[in-house]
Write a protein of this length. Sequence first.
Length: 246
Amino acid sequence: MSTPLADPPQTRNPYALSRLAHLAPMLALTFTTGIVDAVGYLGLDRVFTGNMTGNVVILGMALAGADKLPVVGPSLALAAFMVGAIVSGRVLRTAGTGWTRRTTTMFAVVAALVVLTGVLAAVAGRPAEPVALTITGGLAFAMGLQAAAARHLSVADVTTVVVTSTITGLAADSWLGLRTGQRWPRRVLAVVLIAAGAFTGALLLRVHLSAGLFAAAVLIIAATTFGHAVTARDVRRSTEAEGCGR
């Protein structure tokens, strides 16, 4: 009998997993990305640690000398994000489909990194540039891990780090556009949640730079625990049903 949440190489997950086990955590992680990006942009010299499109645009304008925009921070965030995505993709390469133990591990590492950057921010107070860049790199690496793990789960319209494609689908598939069926509730939720996360992150910055990071870490831990627990429950029920059918 297979071990619950095992990682069989290059095989499809044989269990019918609850869609809620994937969707709800991804929406929660979208909210946390809003918090982390607000902390990065407002507290770490206009750097996005989750939204790499923003960093590419900022970097392009900065290279043109516009408005004294930062170059080092966005460049570091881009590089760290890509490394994180590579690491996560490598780990999940043979993990099979669906939520597995490796998926849980990736999100747990994300939470740990966000906690560590929060601790560093708390100790540093108003961080000097080297410390600020360390926090930026750590957060971007964590968001790269998260984005690649979310991509592996393939929850439609919820990438956890950007909502441009989600907004495009919401408008293009609407009654005024293609008039095709669409998952508009999750699309609207994804957009609203990342905005609400940014709003929350901006408010928490009034308390301290680390406040938003600790709040984001708690939510990441909760989302990961929920996803893992619901998946384990579905695997257990599937295994019991298979046993009864024999």
